[in-house]
Design a protein around this ligand. Structure first.
Ligand code: SF4
Length: 617
């Protein structure tokens, strides 16, 4: 892009640093020395994308190959989009400022369903046809991975190739194949035909789907005989040996998380029945303390960040949490480098540790009971009791905490009025626990922040056959809690029911919802995950125009033998296990944590080839 025009545009946008690049540890290569140009595309703004650990891993992993140059691109905010359109400038990467059109690959990460229209917008802003079948050898290959790729079908028309599972080993394999094809005279179709044979790769254009008279899927049809029937997810067996960057880019502007992130393990042993991540990332694989200490040192030295975040699905379950945290505190306390421990579960909090952590940086405590009643916690397999919760908060109060955050969900399967009322009851019991103490012990400005999310059934969970609440049902429930939780010491917030409802449509959608998405995008829908930008009425009109029923996808109970859009993907967990878990939930029967007892989800045989833990069966 012309430098003068670029500067002129930057002067007019709200946050120019979102688009300039040039940050510490960003990588610029000489294009005459590279064979593959890869644009890592995050379908949200810079600040959100730059806080995403996966982006830093892939960026540095690809750039560790001399023949590949990986650059970054984020969704331009609406002010920048206007400038690009007005000046007919194509969307560009931060490193070279080249248009996305000149790249070999554009790789989108699918972190949440409500970013899908941003993908369409980024393609359009780059002058790249939205639909895969309209793109020939002159256009980049559009690929996508991440948690939402476990139901890739709503995006099947727009993406050439999906990466299912963990990409650290898969991406270099695909790049190697591409380079081979490029040297031999590249044909897009020939490349895709060979790529689809690699485990973990799904090429949607090699399949078609047929529907019966009721609109349900009747069968999947292969259009390329050799394409696999089932796409098996990829996993990294030993995280200690897998690639992890020794430096990450340091933004000029404040991002969502300005700190180094240590991923301490992948997977989760708890088996909460609503949680997709807990199912698709099985089994648990931990990194050693030695590996993590070495990674922390490299990242702190190369970034100058002053905070370390331990990241995982359930940090309190890391078997060496105390050892690791103490080692990090011993090493970095003096430098005033803080340690943050997100995702701690109520029953696994080690308060002594948290107290030490808080000496460097004081923050509130977060608890996620998820449901207000014991009955509902048994249904969702959240194995904690009212007593556990109350004991934990009482200990926290004794140790001087007075600020508490509580996360709940509404709309869970089989939920009754009593379960909703239980949320209010628990919040007030916690408040009473604070004030029902001797006056001299009551310190601090007491405050509870209660947040309620609207439940979205997700693929590969025991609740994948369940119906989501309607917008009206969600509104009634959140409205009830809003009226009931009226206390100046308690603040109550909740997720937008309309947004959660639409999230359900895309989470559970099949190929046909792509038409609704394209139409909504044509009507101007982008940044749907950003409250102010979300226009639900436009979405309703778009689906109506395309003759699509949203309820068909998320508000319809499915039979166990119905073919679900994502059934061709093997995430390692057997369908029979999910059915069993669903049946147990109906009876309020809980399932043990994997570390206590293996309940035979299937991952051990299909992916690990042996027990998940040394002492499990
Ligand atoms: S095989 Fe057993 S231990 Fe391994 S993830 Fe499944 S239930 Fe847990």
């Amino acid at each position: 892009m012309n430098k003068h025009l670029f500067d002129e545009i930057l002067m007019r946008v709200e946050k120019p640093a979102r688009y300039t690049g040039g940050e510490l540890n960003s990588i610029v290569k000489d294009i005459s020395n590279v064979n593959i140009r890869f644009a890592f595309a995050f379908p949200d703004v810079y600040e959100v994308g730059m806080s995403h650990l996966g982006m830093h891993i892939i960026y540095n992993l690809l750039n560790s190959y001399p023949n590949i140059w990986c650059e970054r691109v984020f969704t331009p905010w609406t002010d920048m989009e206007k400038e690009l359109r007005n000046h007919q400038v194509e969307l560009f990467t931060l490193e070279s400022n080249d248009s996305l059109k000149v790249f070999d690959f554009i790789g989108f990460t699918l972190q949440y369903e409500m970013s899908y229209t941003n993908i369409l917008n980024m393609l359009q802003l780059s002058g790249i046809p939205l639909e895969s079948h309209k793109r020939d050898e002159n256009y980049p290959l559009i690929i996508a991975g991440g948690p939402c790729a476990f139901n890739p079908e709503p995006l099947h028309e727009f993406i050439d190739m999906f990466f299912i599972g963990e990409s650290e080993e898969l991406l270099p394999e695909v790049m190697g194949l591409y380079e081979k094809h490029k040297k031999a005279g590249y044909s897009r179709l020939a490349f895709l035909k060979e790529a689809c044979l690699i485990e973990g790769i799904y090429v949607p254009s090699f399949y078609d789907v047929a529907y019966d008279d009721t609109g349900k899927i009747s069968k999947r049809i292969k259009l390329f005989n050799q394409a696999p029937d089932v796409i098996k997810k990829r996993i990294i067996k030993d995280l200690n040996k897998s690639y992890f960057p020794d430096k990450i880019i340091v933004p000029y502007i404040e991002t969502v998380h300005d700190r180094i992130v240590l991923e301490i393990f992948r997977g989760c042993t708890r088996g909460c029945r609503f949680c997709q991540a807990g199912m698709i990332y099985r089994p648990v694989r931990e990194k050693s303390v030695e590996t993590l200490l070495a990674q922390a040192e490299l990242l702190l030295d190369s970034t100058g960040h002053e905070e370390i975040s331990l990241s995982s699905l359930s940090t309190g379950d890391y078997s060496k949490l105390i050892e690791l945290s103490q080692a990090l505190l011993d090493k970095y306390e003096e430098r005033r480098i803080g340690l943050s421990l997100p995702s701690l579960r109520l029953d696994s909090i080690t308060f002594g540790l948290i107290e030490r952590v808080q000496k460097v940086r004081k923050s509130g405590l977060t608890f996620a009971p998820e449901a207000g009643s014991q009955r509902m916690r048994d249904v969702i397999n959240k194995n904690i009791t009212d007593e556990d919760i109350l004991e934990s908060v009482k200990t926290a109060f004794e140790l001087g905490w007075s600020n508490i955050k509580l996360y709940f969900m509404v709309g869970l399967p089989g939920e009754t009025k009593d379960d909703i009322y239980g949320i209010k009851e628990m919040v007030y019991r916690i408040k009473d626990a604070f004030f029902d103490r001797p006056r001299e012990l009551i310190r601090g400005n007491f405050n509870i922040n209660v947040s309620a999310a609207c439940f979205v059934p997700k693929p590969f969970t025991p609740f994948q056959w369940d119906t989501q609440n309607t917008v009206k049902e969600f509104q009634d429930k959140t409205g009830y809690l809003k009226r009931e939780i009226k206390d100046r010491k308690i603040s109550f917030s909740y997720h937008d029911p309309k947004l959660s409802y639409l999230e359900g449509v895309f989470a559970l959608g099949d190929r046909r919802v792509a038409n609704g998405m394209r139409r909504a995008f044509e009507m101007g829908c982008t940044f749907d995950g950003w409250g102010d930008e979300f226009d639900y009425d436009k979405w309703l009109s778009a689906f109506k125009e395309e003759n699509l029923s949203m309820d068909f996808y998320n508000c319809r109970k499915k039979a166990y033998d119905e073919i679900l859009p994502w059934d061709f993907i093997d995430c390692g967990v057997r369908k029979e296990y999910l059915i069993d878990e669903k049946e147990k939930s109906l009876k309020g029967i809980t399932t043990d944590d994997c570390r206590v007892n293996c309940s035979g989800c299937g991952v051990n045989t299909s992916l690990v080839g042996g027990p998940c833990f040394e002492d499990s069966l």
